[in-house]
Write a protein that binds this ligand. Sequence first.
Ligand SMILES: Cc1cc2nc3c(=O)[nH]c(=O)nc-3n(C[C@H](O)[C@H](O)[C@H](O)COP(=O)(O)OP(=O)(O)OC[C@H]3O[C@@H](n4cnc5c(N)ncnc54)[C@H](O)[C@@H]3O)c2cc1C
Length: 327
Amino acid sequence: MSVRPFHLTRPRSVAEAVGVLARDPGAAAIAGGTDLITLARDGIAAPSRLVDLGGLGLDRIEWRPDGTVRIGALCRNAVDDARLRAEFPVITEALRSGASPQIRNMATFGGNLLQRVRCPYFRQPEFACNRRAPGSGCAAADGDGSRQAIFGASPACIAVHPSDLAVALRAMDAVVLVAGPSGSRRIPLDELHLLPGDTPHRETSLGRAEVITAIEIPPRPFGRRSHYLKFRDRASFAFALVSAAVAVELQGGVVRSARIALGGVAAKPWRGPAAEAALTGRRFAAAAIAAAADAAVAGAAPRPDNAYKVELVRRVVRRALSELEQR
Ligand SMILES: Cc1cc2nc3c(=O)[nH]c(=O)nc-3n(C[C@H](O)[C@H](O)[C@H](O)COP(=O)(O)OP(=O)(O)OC[C@H]3O[C@@H](n4cnc5c(N)ncnc54)[C@H](O)[C@@H]3O)c2cc1C
């Protein structure tokens, strides 16, 4: 298939970008284009106008005196910021585990969070997909569900969100900064992606014509002791079957606070409060790590063809925490 012809608008300000998106219902924002252009080529998306967000100065990283970092939405996934690496290793590790160097050079933070699901039935227009065409059905439910969700799925959709970065940001309590027709607002990352329910076509809590301008991470006591581990079919250029972003704050070898977020298991980064509770107040060692790994699968509802993910979650969480403990 070829990309349908479109108009290209290069706004000079965020307000102008929002204005164009609000006025033209066929318009879509474009950042690196690594997902949107593929979808347009494959007939999944057909924007009549692209609003280029490059050139709006949204590609900077700023540190506040209190340690909060604000990362512009147009920062590339190849970003190599020494302070970001030191303060939040989980972010850099998640980015490095994604795609290829060439794609990371184009892909942006905002675009990564808003990339569409990789469910093969969504990505091929000949299959029924409630996410792509509301009410058409879910071919995945009767088909190959081996890569699909074990948490938060619904009869209408069982796809998982593919972003590695989102999982790391979830573990760091990141907030998404948004500009839209009604002004600016902040969305906790946990509230950005929506579970499918019976409206899987509503993928995020963004309103029409809203654009992500930045992602903010507050100073976190567990930020420096954080780690991302991704399990996939091959060592590079593959999406996660299961991944884990883990972080602990230690005092005298005892866990004061912890964060565990999972990827590849739900339509949004999946936080594991039971696993965090299993670590908190205990010595950061094998017994607590094993308890956290077991607790991480609480509430899982696998299908027969993806039940392997339950054990995989246990092992990925255990290995991620063990690697963190060895550092
Ligand atoms: C072969 C391949 C392998 C990949 N592997 C991985 C992987 O392992 N892990 C992983 O996480 N990702 C992976 N990706 C996905 C890749 O990281 C995303 O395609 C990329 O991050 C999207 O960013 P972009 O800037 O190119 O977005 P675009 O393609 O420009 O946009 C994507 C979507 O976001 C919207 N958008 C973009 N920016 C904004 C904004 N600031 N505000 C509002 N809307 C916006 C667009 O309208 C569009 O709907 C892979 C991609 C490919 C092609």
